[in-house]
Design a protein around this ligand. Structure first.
Ligand code: UDP
Length: 312
């Protein structure tokens, strides 16, 4: 196949590019580098089956025929989408439309990277795909949440009205090498703080929960979904739920750090709980994650150490 990956210089996009190349496909990676980094693609510089196009997908472009379009382009950490609010809304609307147009034009299969943020601050726990969510449409997270919800609606519309062969993956918190060291997310902050011997910043009381998936498990789930004919959303994440305090202690154990914990205000609309019900992914393509949090953190240690050395 010839595969287009929008957002290829990002955390998940670059791992997906590696996985597609390993399967023998050709990859056209597209990114405007607003949050992605060429560092994530440096190892592909001499890979003949990899092409890169620096392009904002909010502007129409013609990649020539492609068999599969993966749309992973968007700022995705709360710090990044807060800084790039309007850009986030535009890439989740104009950008998604342009990638859907490519799939429509060339008859390509299509997979859109959606998010557990579609569930907002959920009052159903764990979250199944049937749950419609509890999203503040005007709060600080709305630029991301509503962009992703609009992208889901647009993807379903292209499927229903134009028969584009689409898929929607709802990605829960994912971590591992190539997460930006300074993206402000909990795993990157805690790992960087612990390795530098700085205080670990717990927002709120640390009793809010997240469920963390190691990147190789997440990519395996996304590829599993890409091979099905399921058009409605599918959760892909690790269902083991951790409080943020438990997560901080896991980071301290894995790093052997003596950093102290400090408490900071909880950001507005920070979801109190997050846990995927992955029954649908298991039924449809036999997927479940294999790597638990401490094992995944250990596999990420060298990467975060390198981030500190490179000061990123
Ligand atoms: N968090 C924290 N300390 C940090 C960064 C994040 O306590 O230094 C908390 C944050 O308030 C949230 C959770 O960790 O409850 C996950 O935050 P993240 O930004 O990783 O992603 P989210 O799941 O909120 O999109």
């Amino acid at each position: 196949m010839r595969v287009l990956i929008a957002g290829a210089a990002g955390f998940l996009g670059s791992h997906l590019a590696d996985a597609m190349l390993a399967e023998g496909h050709s990859v056209l990676g597209v990114d405007n580098l607003c949050t992605g980094s060429m560092r994530n693609l440096q190892h592909l510089k001499h890979e003949s089956k990899f092409e890169f196009l620096e392009q904002d997908i909010c502007l129409p472009f013609d990649p020539k025929p492609v068999d599969y379009v993966f749309n992973f382009a968007s700022p995705a950490s709360p710090v990044d989408y807060d800084r790039l609010g309007v850009e986030t809304l535009m890439v989740g609307s104009e950008g998604t439309k342009n990638t859907l147009e490519i799939a429509k034009k060339y008859g390509s299969k299509f997979l859109h990277a959606s998010t557990s943020e579609c569930y907002g601050d959920p009052d159903q726990h764990p979250q199944t795909e049937e749950y419609w969510g509890n999203v503040n449409p005007v709060g600080p997270r709305s630029v991301y949440d509503e962009a992703k919800r609009f992208s889901e609606a647009l993807t379903m519309a292209y499927h229903r009205y134009y028969k584009v062969d689409t898929r929607l993956v709802r990605i829960f918190n994912t971590y591992g090498p190539r997460l930006q060291g300074n993206d402000g997310r909990v795993i990157s902050n805690f790992m960087m703080q612990a390795l530098k011997g700085e205080s670990i910043t717990i927002y709120g009381k640390g009793d809010q929960t997240r469920s963390f998936c190691y990147v190789s498990d997440e990519i395996a789930g996304i590829i599993g979904l890409s091979r099905t004919d399921e058009h409605l959303p599918v959760n892909v994440g690790n269902p083991t739920e951790w409080t943020i305090l438990e997560c901080a202690h896991a980071v301290l154990r894995v790093t052997g750090s003596k950093s102290e914990l400090v408490y900071r205000p909880l950001p507005k609309d920070d979801p109190t709980q997050r846990q995927p019900d992955i029954g649908k992914a298991k039924r449809l393509f036999g997927w479940e994650p294999k790597i638990d949090l401490e094992a995944g953190l250990k596999m990420s240690l060298d990467y975060f150490r390198a981030c500190i050395e490179a000061a990123v």
